[in-house]
Design a protein around this ligand. Sequence first.
Ligand code: NAP
Length: 388
Amino acid sequence: MRPIAILGSTGSIGLSTLDVVRREPRRYRIIALAAGANLARLAAQVAEFRPRFVSVARPEDESRLRALLGGIRVAIASGPEGAEEAAARPDAELVVSAITGIAGLRPTMAAVRAGKTVALANKESMVTAGPFLRRAAARSGAAILPVDSEHSGVFQCLSGRDHALVRRVILTASGGPFLRTPLERLKTRTRSQALCHPRWRMGRKVTVDSATLMNKGLELIEARWLFDIEPARLDVLIHPQSVVHALVEMRDGSVLAQMGPTDMRIPIQYALTYPDRRPSAPAPLDLASVGKLEFLPVEEKRFPLLGVARAALDAGGTAPVALNAANEIAVEAFLAGRIGFCGIAGVVTDVMSRHRRTEPSGLAAVFAADREARAEAARIIAKRTLHD
Ligand SMILES: NC(=O)c1ccc[n+]([C@@H]2O[C@H](COP(=O)([O-])OP(=O)(O)OC[C@H]3O[C@@H](n4cnc5c(N)ncnc54)[C@H](OP(=O)(O)O)[C@@H]3O)[C@@H](O)[C@H]2O)c1
C-alpha cells in the first residue's frame, strides 16, 4: 500500500485524488490530510479514510473539527506549520500538493526537502520558487511529478527523450468561457460567467485564471522549471476541445501529442502510479464523437495577461513572484465584486509595470517580494472603480 498525504484534500484536486484512492483501496493508504476551512468535508474524509494526522488553516478550527469527529482518533494541527507537518510526515511516501495559491509553497517545499515523491498540482509554488524547489529536490532526492493535465502531457511526451532533441513545447488552452465573446463585452462579464468553464470543473481561482488565460501564463513558468526548458522553447496554442493537452515538437519536425478526456483523475492517477498505468474511472476518449480538433493562435487583445506572464517568465527573479501575487489579489477582488473582469488584467499590468525585479536569495526573499506586490495590488484596487 502506498502511503499518501494530500494537501488541499477538500478542494477540486483533493476530491479527485480521493476518488482515485477510493477505486483501489488496497493500493493506497491515506496518512495525512491538510485542508483550509471546509471542516464538514474534511470530517467526512477523516471518517472515510482514517488518516493519522489532519491539519486545518486556522487554529480555532481545531476544536470545531474535533467536535465534528466525535470519537475518531486522529492528531489535529493547524496553520502553515500544520500543512508543513502533513507534507513532511515520515510515514508518507507520496505527497499530493493541491493547496491553492502561494499558501502551497511552504508545504510543497517541506515535502521536497523531506525527499518525498511530490505530485504537484499547486503551480504557484513552481512559479514563485521554481529554482529553489529544483535545487532542494536535487539535494533530497525528491521526485516532482506533474498533476496539471498539460504538464502531465509534456512529461509523457518527453519521457525517455533527450531534451536537446526538442525544438518546442506547446501547452494548449481551451480559451475559457470568453473565447468568442465580442471584445467590447469583456468588461461587463460577471463572476458567474467567468466561473462557468466550458471544459473543466475546477476551484474558483484556477477557473478565473482560465478565463483570463493567466492560468496558461502560470503554466508556462511552471513548465520552465518543471522540465528545465528555456522560455524561448515554450509556446501556447488555443485548442477549444481540450483533447490534446500538450504537444512536443522535436528537432526534426515530428510533433508528439498527448491526448485524453478532460478528467483530472487521469493525470492525478498517473502521478500516483508512475511509471505504472492502472485502469481508471473516466470514460475513454471517443475521438469520433469529438469530430474535429481546432488549434488557434492566442489573441493578444483578448488575453493580455498571457503577454504579461511571458514578460515575467523572461525577466525571471522576483518578476513571477510579483505576477502571481498581483494576480491572486486581483482575482480575489474580482470574486468579491470589487473590480470588473478586465480589472484583473489592469491591476496585474499596473503592479508589473512598477515592480523592480531582483534576484531572490531564498524563500524569505520570495515571500518579501510576494508581500510587496500584494500591498501594491491592494493600493491599486482601492483606487479603481468597478468598471475601470
Ligand atoms: N482543479 C483543477 O482541475 C486543477 C488543474 C490543474 C492544476 N490545479 C491547481 O491545483 C491547485 C488546487 O486547485 P483546486 O482547483 O483543487 O482548488 P480549490 O478547489 O480551490 O481547492 C483548494 C484547496 O486548498 C485548501 N486551502 C486553501 N487555502 C489553504 C490554506 N491556507 N491552508 C491549507 N489549505 C488551504 C482548500 O481548503 P478549504 O476548501 O477547506 O478551505 C482546498 O482544499 C491550484 O494551484 C490549481 O492551480 C487545479
